[in-house]
Design a protein. Sequence first.
Length: 376
Amino acid sequence: MGEGNSLPEGAQPPDTVAQGSRDETSPWEPCYLLRNMIGKSRWKILAVVALFLVMAWYSISREDSFYFPVQMEGLKCPQGEVEKKAAQLIGNYSRDQPTFLQLKDFFWIQKTSTYQLPYGVRGSEDVLLRVLAITNYAMPESIQNPILGIGFQLDARLKCLRCVVVGNGHRLKNSSLGNTIDKYDVVIRLNNAPVVGYEGDVGSKTTMRLFYPESAHFSPKVQNNPDTLLVLVPFKAIDFHWIETILRDKNRVLKGFWKQPPLIWDVNPKQVRILNPFFMEVTAAKLLSLPIRPSRKIKQKPTTGLLAITLALHLCDLVHIAGFGYPDSSNKKQTIHYYEQITLKSMSASEHNVSHEALAIKRMLEIGAIKNLTYF
């Protein structure tokens, strides 16, 4: 009698119990089997979930240190704060240095520079004089006398210069930051990074574009605004010769470049500026601890991006960055720019130490000298 409920081997239980009156604890029920499986492994599941939550929290808290979601409307202007933070990074910091080289400093007075390019102009004074005679040094009125942001009377004329330095990094791709970037008073861009076709992610406003001959865009009028300042970053003496031959329409310089720069460069000379090498010196010596004197062993130089951040610290009352940072060195296939398919491998032969620069930028982020619109 004790075996009256047993079934032959391989038989299925008869479905004789009416639906709704079925025993919910029947070992043949799928729900029972599922509950039994979950019961046995619930601690493992809870452990996995807990581990996931801890990792997510760590990732978010770590990223928040280098990420700052910005609402430009009503943004308060921390006047004097950037200057104080810059003084923490740069010893004997002063904003007295001119942003651009001026003809008067080299024409009437025989001004000698301590260093050669890119940290000074020693030995390049003659060609520099000719270049400064056909370019300009004036800072636009909108930068010299910015109006305090929304919520203040327009005639207050209180200084609040809000700047963003737009890097060329892959992190800008699909970022939808274009409208935010265009709201800043000053938008600084780098090298030949395009805006046409990428406006949704990088914006369309360009106040300044830092470049050197090899990085000059072949269509400057297409990729910049009519009033964009085209700021030459001179790394070597031949860079002055290049800009002179372009602007004076003389025989082009063909040798001395690691990549052929434009031979035809359609720009208004009055929009061209020559960046004071002081900023390159400060970036190298104070932010990267690089030797300023020429050395055969150490040929590292700051990137245009880090140089642009140094410039922004000098000019602005609020400094944000976007599109900075390179992929991890183990990620060989990840592109490094938002507009082209080159990878980190292309940086292997350069004179830039991107890991060293990343540490410098993170330090600026940590002390609050700059804020980040993208993750870093």
